[in-house]
Design a binder for this molecule. Structure first.
Ligand SMILES: [Mn+2]
Length: 387
């Protein structure tokens, strides 16, 4: 059985001031063409269909168009909700859409109920695990301490239990939206840390033939059988080095997996350039980025006048400007943003305590901070669900 694995479409999301709906529509067209030309048997979409719980109308219309085109192909599709989607909103109409062969899985309670597709070698059971927000699903999965590993393990126990009841030789595919240990993040995923932990070990998914992951926006291989497709488009300059892709996965009759990486259309390349304003305007080297979406980091010791207007003359598609004057790392002038870069909320809070008190938090105090961050996140998640 030949699968096409994609995720993290984030329909409706903009890239800085650029509306990406045109590029998103082009990707949908590319997806449909690929399904037809490469004789795909099933499409899997591993969450974050939309960028927000309440997406703009144009994004909803684009998704509707994608559903119609996938249904017209007659190729079954399995989709789950991600942490950016409102599972309940996305799930409205799922029963009816399912009759057209598009299986939207947004209910955690259905974790152990697969969509079963069949080829010449027998059945393939597709288990769609929507993004599981630990605080919201801990009762459903009867776990005491709400963490990502606990709830995903419990959901996977249901998958394995169901699989054990099926005919020997039944192959299995799991769709999940999670941060798996060893995966590399970018700047465009929303933080999902709970209890100080964001990631789950890949071993949680043991016992199935292929795990189609969503959440991380870079295409990556955790193991031969556990992969991220990544987002089809870049949504931050941290993805300037990414090659945006989908996985074309051939699932053999014996459960063997071979995967081919397929490139997605690139609306416009991304470039990060760095130097003094005069250097960026006159050096020959950045000429190859003149048509790219550009993020320029200015290293001038003194902020120059009108930098954006001047850079736009050479780089008409410049979208982002960063000031990073060259200074010694211990210079108190090093910007606040740079001091925070790459550190999580917990670490920032702990460093703040150390800064104002002279000593960082002890274990008990660190736990209080963690609990506070968890409470804020859980509250935000509950609000999202209620929208
Ligand atoms: Mn995402």
């Amino acid at each position: 059985m030949r699968l096409l694995h994609t995720s993290d479409w984030h329909l409706g999301r903009a890239f800085h001031r650029v509306n990406m709906l045109g590029a998103q529509a082009e990707f949908i067209g590319h997806l449909v063409t690929t399904v037809r030309e490469r004789a795909v048997d099933a499409v899997v979409v591993s969450g974050d269909v939309y960028d927000r719980a309440v997406p703009p109308l144009a994004a909803v219309e684009l998704f509707d168009d994608a559903l119609h085109r996938l249904a017209d192909l007659g190729v079954p599709t399995v989709m789950i909700s991600g942490n950016h989607d409102s599972a309940r909103r996305l799930g409205v109409g799922a029963g009816l859409i399912g009759r057209a062969g598009i299986h939207l899985r947004t209910e955690p309670s259905a974790a152990g109920t697969p969509v079963v597709l069949t080829d010449a070698h027998g059945d393939v059971a597709f288990y769609g695990l929507p993004y599981l927000e630990p605080a919201l699903v801990k009762d459903e999965f009867a776990v005491e301490k709400a963490g990502h590993e606990a709830v995903l393990s419990a959901a996977m126990d249901r998958v394995r239990a169901d699989l054990a009841t099926r005919a020997p030789g039944t192959r299995s595919v799991v769709l999940a939206h999670a941060f798996v240990t060893g995966g590399e993040a970018s700047d465009s995923e929303r933080d999902i840390t709970v209890g100080g932990v964001a990631a789950v070990p890949a071993g949680v998914f043991d016992g199935v033939d292929y795990v189609a992951l969503g959440h991380l926006h870079g295409c990556q291989t955790i193991t031969e059988r556990v992969r991220y497709s990544g987002s089809p488009l870049a949504y931050s300059f941290s993805e300037a080095g990414h090659r945006k892709s989908m996985w074309l996965v051939d699932l053999g009759g014996d459960g063997s997996v071979s995967a081919e990486r397929l490139d997605c259309p690139v609306p416009r390349p991304l470039a990060r350039i760095k130097g003094t304003l005069d250097g960026l305007l006159t050096d020959p080297a950045p000429a190859r980025h003149e048509e790219a979406w550009v993020e320029a980091t200015l290293t001038d010791a003194v902020r120059p006048a009108d930098p954006m207007a001047r850079l736009t003359e050479r780089f008409p598609h410049i979208l982002s400007l960063v000031f990073a004057p060259e200074r010694a790392p211990d210079d108190p002038q090093v910007s606040y943003a740079r001091r925070l870069a790459g550190r999580g909320d917990q670490q920032i809070a702990q460093d703040f305590v150390a800064h104002v008190r002279g000593a960082g938090p002890d274990e008990e105090e660190a736990a209080v901070l963690r609990a506070a961050f968890d409470a804020v996140r859980a509250d935000a998640a509950v609000r999202e669900v209620a929208r």
